[in-house]
Design a binder for this molecule. Sequence first.
Ligand SMILES: Cc1cc2nc3c(=O)[nH]c(=O)nc-3n(C[C@H](O)[C@H](O)[C@H](O)COP(=O)(O)OP(=O)(O)OC[C@H]3O[C@@H](n4cnc5c(N)ncnc54)[C@H](O)[C@@H]3O)c2cc1C
Length: 574
Amino acid sequence: MDELDLDLLILGAGGAGLCAALHAAAASPSLRIGVVVKGLLGRAGCTRMVQGGYNAVLTEPDSLEAHLLDTLKGGGFINDQELVWTLVTEAPGRLLELESRYGCLFDRTSEGRIHQKPFAGQTHDRTVHKGDLTGIEIMNRLSEQVAARPHVTAFEECRAMELALDADGRCAGALVLDQRSGRFLVLRARATLLAMGGGPTMYRIFACSADKAADGIALAWRAGLALRDMEMIQFHPTGLVIPGSLMTGALLEEGLRGAGGHLRNRLDERFMARYDPQRMERSTRDLVARASFLEIQAGRGTPNGGVWIDVSHLGADVVERSFRGMVRRCRDFGRDLACGPVEVGPTAHFMMGGVVIDPTCRTAIEGLFAAGEDAGGIHGANRLGGNGVADSTVFGGIAGDVMAEYVVGAPVRRPDTGALERAARDAQKPLGRSGGELYALQGRLRDVMWEHAGLIRDAGGLAAADLAVVEIERKLDGVGVPGGPALNLAWQDWLNMRSQLTAARLIIASALERTESRGAHWRDDFPAPGRGALYSVRASRRGDDLIVWREPVALTRARPQPAAPTPEAVEIGD
Ligand SMILES: Cc1cc2nc3c(=O)[nH]c(=O)nc-3n(C[C@H](O)[C@H](O)[C@H](O)COP(=O)(O)OP(=O)(O)OC[C@H]3O[C@@H](n4cnc5c(N)ncnc54)[C@H](O)[C@@H]3O)c2cc1C
């Protein structure tokens, strides 16, 4: 195996990874920084797919306290409140940095101020955007900036395979696979960042970038880290329904509902009146997605098993102007969003759960940090639209600052190379073997997760899913893929499935542990929020066993008032 020494190793190149690289390079330009990315720099991951925008408090009457409360309320109050406070206080500065230091340009009002639009679940117009294709603006500018930093090296089309630990369990870098050549590489580093963006691609219908396979979650689990709230999978309500197309599940952004879009069932009813008559379509994603799912299950869905979203009453001109990307996306499939309803349905979108971190992105492993969708605790039981890209850029930047400081005087650690060689051998197991069930198993996993660990869950279904996942895992172990290690997409899919299965087991075990309904997690057998103290579900490994437990939520800044369900029914601590 080839080896290379770095100061900082960043695994993943979305908003979190690139902001980390830029901040670390700004703190100390001579640091040797490596950024490992499964695809091409600037092109892979979900930050590029961000449509609606970026939440940041810029002007009154909005306030940091309001952003905190909206986020906690959306998150069912199981968020880590210190992480949320860090998010809301840092987001305005990071947003301005994206413009003034990195060159992003967001939409303006006629007075030249940054335009902020309404997003579901928020008490103020807070979401900054570039039309409806905000992520392209952010990722283009960030990747240009990274390319201009001489000491930042991008390892493109390289896949992080395993964290490299030393004899004392401290992080010493990572084992990486160059997907083009099929060669393994040990990247040794004094500080390592997990920023691989989670990714619920183990569901039948998903919206996120297909290169993501929850690899960061699987690496963290194998290294022995605790993960939190893995049961919290966000299903976005408005994924396109295009029969027979891989585009099924691709998003129509939340701004459509924010701008006044209507959701209707087959009977032409605005069905949200049944589920959240006050907020209607502007209700939070979890509620709208579940409502759509229930309508479809009750036989009130559209011919292709979705519901209708209709923005045509806003006027074709307005829709064309405000949602250019969405209109084009629909036209590509013969749908006219500007002039009529379009079929949509729930789609797996985002993992609220992830690695336990503190507000400086430290994990429980010395020398290992995590940021972005790989980290848990910020969004609690449900992420608000616009808080995802704020999270990845805020915490990515913090991680870069903290890691740059951390490596000063930090020793270069010696990874346990025996463990890495075993990991590499294990990963190559399917190569050249016969047995071609890989894609049947992939389909089976996606169906099982959708049906039993999806929008509506119960103990029986979750237990059945658990058994099925163990069985799929056993079968995958015996599956072969043709060809050698270089440029072998089937092998990459095999490796993806290994990570997806690990994450699936964590999701199911955590969902069984949470015997209540909260946010994105709906248990048909426990349809109300629990009456006891709020808790976070933790999962980790003991030997090869998966263990789960509950940890009380620290209400350090605000607490819900049990009797009053309105947004005002919370108080801020100091
Ligand atoms: C369609 C869509 C629309 C969205 N719209 C919004 C929005 O409007 N507002 C909002 O706030 N949020 C939105 N989000 C969520 C937002 O995209 C995420 O919260 C955020 O971008 C995550 O950033 P990240 O850096 O953690 O991960 P990502 O941007 O997903 O980056 C992950 C990186 O890790 C790499 N990677 C993965 N596995 C490996 C591996 N094994 N080895 C090496 N590299 C690896 C990937 O290639 C990628 O470079 C949207 C998400 C989707 C899918």
